[in-house]
Design a binder for this molecule. Structure first.
Ligand code: APR
Length: 317
């Protein structure tokens, strides 16, 4: 077991998670378990963030992690956070698209972001609330932060889904499968089989084209498949994806991950947030990586990003 020394104590990071619901609580639990820093859960339902935090803290002696986990209704508890993860919002119900949630969640994300920024003017904001690429743009605008300090989680989850389906298809460990899914977190997302490999072997060499397309489509529908079963959004894989991104930021790992980032002409897309490969480290989005795409792939990516232009306009941008 790792016991924190005085020196480490001073350097301990603070991660706040706004929205102590299914995804927020899952992310907070995994972040505490990874001992990335002290965790604060915030919600509007009295008792929920406090109760979940206490329960999580009491898991520490069993799982052997030393992390302070606190829950509160008051943003004062988040003061001086290094990273703030926003998961507050209304979840999807069966038949609802992520876009249906636009106005409800824009109001929530707007007020949450104002509160976050007051308490933690130097933090990095990580967005999870849907419609993801629009909410990330909205939080960026409301925060007034430089865009490298506002990032959205989507591609890590979408790529994880694609990786899982490939592992099922081939009967190969998920560990050996790396996938790249770009574009918006919606029906237009862009799985890239040419950049998806099994220990370096591109999947088009291992799987027939029609099967790849079937898995790509199941990935695009991955959220809805779970909503239809569970009657609400999935949260284990989304929470884990947030925790992986939090780890990249807090430990300054400089992971290369598909995330929603603000584009200013890269891939021919300007002033939109969408999923692209980025270098994620202590400064947030440290680099947007422009990979070579075929005309078709680029077209799909641009189309995906453009579908969010209308949503942003609906919010008055
Ligand atoms: N401030 C803080 N918390 C809020 C606010 C707010 N203004 N409004 C709602 N919440 C909280 C809810 O009380 C709830 O605990 O956000 C939490 C959301 O949790 P869930 O309903 O369990 O939703 P979850 O499955 O975690 O999904 C979170 O991800 O899929 C997206 O858009 C979807 O908004 C959803 C988000």
């Amino acid at each position: 077991m790792h016991v924190f020394t005085m020196e480490e104590e001073v350097a301990r990071k603070k991660i706040s998670v706004i929205g102590a619901g299914n995804v927020g609580a899952t992310a907070a639990f995994l972040i505490a378990q990874k001992q990335l820093g002290d965790v604060v859960l915030i919600d509007i339902v009295d008792g929920v963030p406090q109760g979940k935090a206490l329960d999580m803290a009491q898991m520490g002696p069993v799982e052997l992690f030393d992390a302070a986990v606190d829950g509160d209704l008051d943003y004062g508890a988040t003061a001086g956070s290094d990273l703030v993860i926003i998961t507050s919002g209304s979840p999807r119900k069966p038949g609802m698209t992520r876009e249906d949630l636009l106005h409800t969640n824009a109001n929530i994300v707007g007020s949450v972001t104002e509160n976050v920024v007051k308490q933690s003017p130097d933090c990095i904001i990580m967005m999870l609330t849907n419609p993801l690429d629009i909410m990330t743009y909205h939080a960026w605008k409301v925060s007034g932060f430089p865009s490298h300090r506002v990032v959205g989680q989507a591609g890590v989850l979408d790529s994880a889904r694609f990786r899982y389906f490939i592992s099922l298809e081939l009967g190969v460990s998920v560990e050996d499968i790396h996938a790249l899914v770009l574009g918006g977190h919606g029906d237009t997302m862009v799985p890239l089989p040419r950049y998806t490999t099994v220990n370096g072997i591109p999947i088009p060499q291992l799987i027939p084209e029609d099967r790849i397309e079937a898995m790509a489509q199941r990935t695009r529908d991955g959220g809805a498949e779970i909503v239809n079963l569970l009657k609400t959004s999935g949260y284990y894989a989304a929470g884990a994806s947030l925790a992986q991104m939090a780890e990249a930021i807090i430990l300054d790992k400089k992971r290369l991950l598909p995330c929603s980032a603000h584009l200013t002409g890269q891939y021919g897309i300007d002033d939109l947030y969408t999923g692209v490969p980025i270098k994620l480290g202590g400064n947030g989005v440290e680099e947007i990586i422009e990979i070579e795409l075929t005309e078709d792939e680029l077209g799909f990516l641009q189309h995906s990003a453009q579908t969010y232009r209308e949503g942003i306009a609906l919010l008055g941008y």
